[in-house]
Design a protein around this ligand. Structure first.
Ligand code: NAP
Length: 204
């Protein structure tokens, strides 16, 4: 039962023509211009993601608050996580990217970087309110979370990827709830090509 007020939620996802969003725990494509869009719109805000998506990323994304949903033990990367406990800034992570390399070398992550665990949606809403009274809360996947929370979303930011890869994670059917969408960006130069659209929830 949800007793905490739910803040406005925007789902952000990259979706193939066959609705595939993931394969074997990872993204089926590499789209740098889409990552740049994701970073631009989510920076300074809060992301909520499932434990499997968090593990596939391997670290809290710099400059954002990440709330990870999990029902299980919070033992990741050799440390015990506790609900609502802030990520110890500068902790080593397993990812080999620049931010993680900086962290491993002792450099602090940007001050807005937080990692929080939640055991259910009600806890997500209260953590989002307590730790980040910021304008936007983004639903960042994966398939399980999109399926659970799409009915609560006010807006979708969808990257339509012009490909039909094999995969085991799908984006849910959303057309009845949302409008046809407005094109924000077109990337015909990308391989595969993609287009980003904003869909708003239909008035009932
Ligand atoms: N294309 C995109 O934009 C995009 C974006 C994100 C992810 N992905 C892809 O999606 C795939 C992962 O999706 P997925 O469905 O397998 O996993 P997921 O949604 O990332 O995570 C599922 C996990 O979240 C936790 N969880 C879900 N609902 C919960 C609830 N109500 N309360 C508490 N915990 C809850 C559970 O963790 P515990 O098992 O720990 O309890 C569950 O096993 C990957 O391939 C990833 O790359 C794609």
């Amino acid at each position: 039962m949800n007793s905490t007020p739910r803040p406005p939620l925007t789902a952000i996802a990259a979706v193939a023509a066959n609705r595939v969003i993931g394969a074997n725990g990872a993204l089926p494509w590499h789209l740098p211009a889409d990552f740049a869009f994701f970073k631009r719109v989510t920076l300074g805000n809060t992301l909520v993601m499932g434990r499997k998506t968090f593990e596939s990323i391997g670290r809290p994304l710099p400059g954002r608050t990440t709330i990870v949903l999990s029902r299980g033990a919070r033992r990741e990367h050799g440390r015990e996580w506790e609900r609502g406990v802030e990520w110890e800034r500068g902790s080593p992570t397993r990812s080999g990217d620049t931010a993680a390399a900086g962290a491993a070398a002792g450099a602090a992550l940007p001050p807005e970087t937080r990692l929080l665990f939640a055991g259910g949606w009600d806890e997500v809403w209260s953590l989002a309110g307590a730790f980040s009274p910021m304008p936007k809360l983004f639903l960042a996947g994966g398939a399980a979370l999109y399926a659970e929370a799409l009915p609560w979303c006010e807006e979708l930011l969808l990257t339509y990827v012009a490909a039909s890869p094999a995969g085991d994670a799908l984006f849910p059917e959303f057309a009845p709830l949302f409008d046809a969408g407005e094109v924000l960006e077109t990337h015909a130069e990308s391989v595969p090509a993609f287009e980003i659209r904003r869909h708003r929830r239909r008035a009932v």
